[in-house]
Design a protein around this ligand. Structure first.
Ligand SMILES: *Cc1c(COP(=O)(O)O)cnc(C)c1O
Length: 423
C-alpha cells in the first residue's frame, strides 16, 4: 500500500478517496485542483534521513514511501532525478553572495525537469491499465512523457502547439509518440487534450489537472535538502509557467517539515517572463486567481509561456506561504542569462531554465537577497532544447566565432587579434 490518506480539494477542502476521483474536484472541473495528503506517521515508518543515507538508489524512487505509487510498482528503467547540485562560487562572487548552488535538471533522461512528473504519470496510468497515456504540453512535458513511455513500451498521444521548438518535436517523434501539432496555443492544446482523454478514456498527465504531477516534482526539493545534508537553503529560484514545479517544490518542503527532516522553510522565488506574467501580476495586485482572466502570453521562453497557469492555486500558495516573491524578467534578460549561467557554472540552460538565474540577478539588484543567504537556482531544462534561443543569447553577449584559414599562420593572425598581440 502507498501512504495516501486522501485527496483534498484546494477550493472547498473536501476530501476524496483516491479511487473516487482521478484528477480534479468534480464540483469545480479543471479549476478544482487536488492536493495529495499522506499519512506521515506511516511514511515516517518506511523512510527516514538515516534510511536514505543507506539507500543506494540514485533516482526519484529513493523517496518511494513519499510518492503516490505502490511499493511494488514497476517503475521506468530510465534514471530520473538525483540530478547534481553544483556549488558555484564564481557566480556567487559575481553577485556578491557567499553561497550559491545550481541544480541541473537538464541532466534528466529527456533533458528537462518534466521527467520527474511524467515518471509518476506513467506509473499511475499503468496502475489503471490505460491503453494510452496523453498530455498537452509546451514541449518538455510531452518529451518526458513520450521518452518514459518508450522506455516501458507504453502507447501515448501528445498535443503540442504547432510552434513548439523543433528539438522537442524531434524528441517526440524519435520516441515514437503519436504527435498532434495543434493549430493554436498551449492553452488550446490543453483543452483539446482534456476533451480527447475524456472521449477516448485515455489516462491524462496534464499539468495542474493530474494531482500526482506535483508529487513527482516535489522530489527536486527533497533532493536539494538531502544534498545539502538537510540544512535547507534560504531561497530557491525557479521559473514559473503553469506553476506545477513551484507548487511541487513547496509540497516537498512541507513534507520534510512535517517529517521533521528540515527545520526551516526556504523562501520560494518564482520567476516569470514579463510577457507571461499572470502569477507575478496576481501576486503584486493581490488578485484572486480563480477569477483573474487569462492573459495573452508571449515569451521567447516557450516552456514558461502560459496564458492561464493551470496550477495557479498551488503556485500562489507556494510563494505566499513561504514568504517568497514573484519576479519578472524580460526576454532579453532571459536570453542574456543563458551565456552568463553557462560561463559562470558550466550549466547550459534553455531559456526557461536560464530565466531562474535572470530572476536571481534581478532580485540581488533590487536588494531582495542578502549576502549571507544560501541560495539555490534550479535549471529546469537543457540548453540543447532550444539552440535558436541559445544563439540569440550569445549574440546579446556579443560573442562570435572566428573565421580562420586551415593553416597555423592564419591562426596566429587571429589569435593575435582575439587573445593578445604576438600570441
Ligand atoms: C515546464 C517548465 C517550466 C515551468 O514549469 P511549470 O510547472 O509550468 O511552472 C520551467 N522550465 C522548463 C524548462 C519547463 O519545461
Amino acid at each position: 500500500m502507498n501512504h495516501i490518506l486522501h485527496l483534498r480539494s484546494l477550493i472547498s477542502g473536501q476530501t476524496f478517496r483516491p479511487d473516487e476521483v482521478d484528477y480534479v474536484d468534480p464540483a469545480y472541473g479543471p479549476d478544482g485542483v487536488l492536493d495529495v495528503v499522506y499519512d506521515y506517521d506511516a511514511v515516517g515508518h518506511d523512510i527516514s534521513r538515516e534510511s536514505l543515507r543507506r539507500n543506494g538508489d540514485t533516482s526519484i524512487w529513493r523517496y518511494k514511501p513519499l510518492l503516490p505509487v505502490e511499493p511494488d510498482a514497476e517503475v521506468p528503467p530510465l534514471q530520473i532525478g538525483w540530478t547534481p547540485l553544483y556549488a558555484t562560487p564564481r557566480l556567487a562572487a559575481d553577485l556578491g553572495l557567499r553561497r550559491l548552488w545550481v541544480k541541473d535538471d537538464g541532466r534528466n533522461p529527456t533533458a528537462s525537469f518534466k521527467d520527474r512528473a511524467s515518471a509518476i504519470a506513467v506509473v499511475k496510468g499503468r496502475e489503471r491499465g490505460a491503453e494510452i497515456i496523453t498530455t498537452a504540453s509546451t514541449g518538455n512535458a510531452a518529451a518526458a512523457l513520450s521518452g518514459i513511455c518508450a522506455s516501458m513500451g507504453q502507447a501515448n498521444v501528445i498535443f503540442v502547439p504547432e510552434k513548439a521548438p523543433q528539438a522537442k518535436v524531434a524528441q517526440l517523434l524519435a520516441y515514437g509518440a503519436t504527435v498532434m501539432l495543434v493549430r493554436g496555443s498551449y492553452d488550446d492544446a490543453f483543452e483539446l487534450c482534456l476533451q480527447a482523454a475524456d472521449a477516448y478514456g485515455w489516462y491524462n498527465r496534464n499539468t495542474g489537472f493530474n494531482p500526482y504531477m506535483t508529487e513527482g516534482k516535489k522530489t527536486a526539493s527533497l533532493e536539494i535538502c538531502e544534498q545539502l545534508n538537510w540544512d535547507a537553503p534560504d531561497r530557491i529560484f525557479v521559473s514559473v509557467g503553469d506553476g506545477c514545479i513551484i507548487g511541487g517544490l513547496h509540497k516537498g518542503l512541507k513534507d520534510m517539515m512535517a517529517l521533521g527532516w528540515i527545520e526551516k522553510m526556504p523562501r520560494l522565488m518564482g520567476v516569470q517572463a514579463a510577457g507571461s506574467n499572470y502569477l507575478a501580476e496576481a501576486w503584486e495586485r493581490n488578485e484572486d486567481v480563480l477569477t483573474k482572466p487569462p492573459i495573452d502570453a508571449q515569451t521567447v521562453a516557450d516552456s514558461i509561456s502560459a496564458g492561464l497557469p493551470r496550477d495557479r492555486l498551488k503556485a500562489m500558495a507556494a510563494v505566499k506561504e513561504t514568504g517568497g516573491a514573484y519576479i519578472t524578467v524580460s526576454d532579453d534578460e532571459i536570453l542574456a542569462a543563458i551565456p552568463a549561467l553557462a560561463r559562470g557554472s558550466g550549466v547550459f540552460a534553455e531559456p526557461a531554465g536560464a530565466a531562474a538565474y535572470a530572476g536571481l540577478i534581478k532580485a540581488v539588484d533590487r536588494g531582495m537577497v542578502s549576502a549571507d543567504e544560501r541560495v539555490v537556482v534550479l535549471n529546469t531544462g537543457s540548453g540543447l532544447k532550444d539552440v535558436a534561443g541559445a544563439m540569440k543569447g550569445v549574440e546579446l553577449a556579443g560573442t562570435q566565432p572566428h573565421r580562420v584559414d586551415a593553416n597555423l599562420d592564419d591562426l596566429r593572425r587571429v589569435m593575435g587579434m582575439v587573445w593578445r598581440p604576438g600570441f
